[in-house]
Design a protein around this ligand. Structure first.
Ligand code: BG6
Length: 522
């Protein structure tokens, strides 16, 4: 049995000192009215995330009194059928369950649909004509938020058309929200940023990586910088290595065509995981302002060691899932999913060893892994500390004395645990690992808002702290570019296979074993 499994059940619960948090209810309500224009308004993101988030904000009293949503999409619908579609989606996907009929009706009055193609003149002409009328009707004062929720390849064209149509000459404030992925490599990311910055000022651009909207990700900063006891050991002297895992049970969920173009590196590692790495590894910012925080994150991303082709072979493992069983059901292989080529080389799993060339982190490996069709959904950051310098108790424990470990559970079962050694009660000195655990669910009285609630609220408030700055996205692309090029041009890069429902290929275990470590069992 591993030391990990053996962690004694003497789990000490941390309390929140009796203080129940008011969470999102402390957030200021935006005082300015707003119109939110969603390109891709009939798409998946609008139904699954944006509308439920807006409705929940409204329920929490956090939507401005005067507010309108204008969804633009290709599907033929009128306002009434659009509202019905959104109600169905919200009932299925909202964290708060089916909306209350009366408050939904009230909310839905402010939701409109304009049929149109965001990449042709007609669609834009209709929007240009109709928007002022709707703004007038809802009294939104000309404050506009344009939300790009279409397929990413349309982003540059929509931004160009927005500029050309004059819609960005907003009578009030004007902001644009861009969903990840920001480009599909460094070059296209630079091109996207150039076009965005030719129409909007950087202060108007809100690039969403929804991981930053997660409470537990924001808490990494609070944990590190609002406590004095962790920071002194948060460095190469005490930390042996860091493991960051984003494991998903789901497969590509009908998005085979998108995923073929993306793969795990572009879909998760370049953005969500690089953000996790940045908040774990950054230096303390001088203040909690958007630029101070983002400056420090950019420094970490720039300090990521650039890999050579040989390094990519040594430090990176890619794999694709084959057919298997998950939760008692048979699941198909990635290569048999709709929209996926039978000889696809797209990775559904990636494991990599990164190094940060800085004083704080020199020589400390940051292992990252992400995959679809893994045995369970779990995202966590594990800080593995070094062993004690002098092993006083090595005879007192059957497995030796394992080093301390701090685990931040980003989702699910959100919380933080610390594993340390304790004396097992009894006449002889026997040392056993025990765990102190803090769970958000028990510690705080209320449910966390969904990431999109927080992020949409921040766009209305004009707070860019939780959004990705252009140079930050580019620094993350620059770090992963050698991997993308090596996979494309270097034949010596095998695509491994793992059975759906398992923890990835053996090669990923070998990656850590070569350093004397192993992946945490989740
Ligand atoms: C998205 C990816 O950005 O994040 C999806 O495109 C992935 O493939 C999703 O499933 C994971 O998000 P979460 O919040 O469920 O961890």
């Amino acid at each position: 049995m591993s030391a990990e499994q053996e962690v004694a059940s003497a789990t000490a619960a941390m309390s929140t000192d009796g203080q129940a948090s008011r969470g999102s209810h402390d957030a200021p309500k935006p005082s300015d009215p707003h119109a939110l224009i969603i390109f891709g308004g009939s798409g998946d993101l609008a139904g699954r995330k944006l509308i439920p988030a807006l409705y929940n904000l409204r329920q929490d009293g956090l939507l401005p009194d005067r507010f309108a949503v204008v969804g633009q999409g290709r599907r033929p619908m009128d306002d009434a059928s659009y509202r019905t579609t959104l109600l169905e989606a919200a009932s299925k996907f909202s964290r708060s369950g089916a909306p209350e009929p009366e408050s939904w009706d009230d909310f839905a009055q402010s939701v409109h649909y304009l049929r149109g193609d965001s990449s042709d003149d007609e669609g834009f002409d209709r929007l240009t004509e109709e928007l002022p009328r709707l703004e007038q009707a809802h009294g939104t004062g000309g404050n506009r938020i344009f939300y790009l929720a279409t397929q990413p390849s349309l982003f540059p064209e929509i931004i160009r058309r927005l500029g050309a149509s004059g819609l960005t000459e907003c009578p009030g404030t004007c902001r644009i929200v861009i969903e990840k992925p920001f480009g599909r490599d460094l070059e296209s990311a630079e091109a996207l940023h150039a076009i965005a910055n030719s129409v909007f000022d950087e202060s108007q651009v809100y690039r969403i990586d929804h991981y930053l909207g997660k409470e537990t990700v924001q808490n990494v900063l609070v944990f590190r910088f609002a406590n004095s006891i962790f920071e002194p050991v948060w460095n190469r002297r005490y930390v042996s290595h860091v493991q960051i895992t984003v494991a998903e049970e789901v497969g590509v969920e009908g998005r085979g065509r998108y995923y073929e173009e993306a793969g795990a590196l572009r879909d998760i590692m370049q953005n969500h995981m690089m953000q996790l790495l940045a908040v774990v590894a950054m230096e303390p910012p001088v203040d909690f302002g958007a630029d101070a925080i983002r400056d420090e994150k950019v420094k970490v991303l720039r300090a990521l060691r650039r890999m050579t082709v040989a390094d990519v072979r040594k430090h990176v493992v890619r794999a694709s899932y084959s057919a298997g069983r998950l939760n008692g059901a048979d699941v198909t292989a990635y290569r048999s999913e709709d929209g996926v080529a039978a000889d696809s080389l797209t990775e559904t799993y990636i494991a990599a060893r990164w190094f940060i060339d800085s004083w704080r982190w020199q020589g400390v490996p940051f292992y990252m892994r992400t995959g679809k069709r893994l045995p369970k959904r779990a995202t966590e950051i594990a800080i593995q500390f070094r062993s004690v310098p002098h092993r006083l108790f090595s005879d007192s424990s059957p497995d030796g004395v394992p080093p301390n470990r701090l685990v931040m559970r980003i989702q699910p079962n959100e919380g933080i645990s610390i594993t340390f050694e304790a004396k097992q009660p009894g006449p002889s000195v026997r040392v056993r690992p025990v765990r102190m655990d803090f769970g958000y669910g028990q510690g705080f009285a209320e449910e966390s808002p969904d990431a999109y609630e927080r992020l949409l609220l921040d766009v209305m408030l004009g707070d860019q702290t939780l959004f990705i700055r252009g140079d930050e996205a580019e620094a993350a692309w620059a770090a992963v570019m050698p991997v993308l090029s090596a996979w494309r041009f270097d034949e010596g890069h095998p695509l491994h296979f793992y059975q759906a429902g398992t923890w990835g290929p053996d090669a990923a275990d070998d990656l850590l074993a070569s350093d004397g470590f192993r992946w945490r069992r989740l």
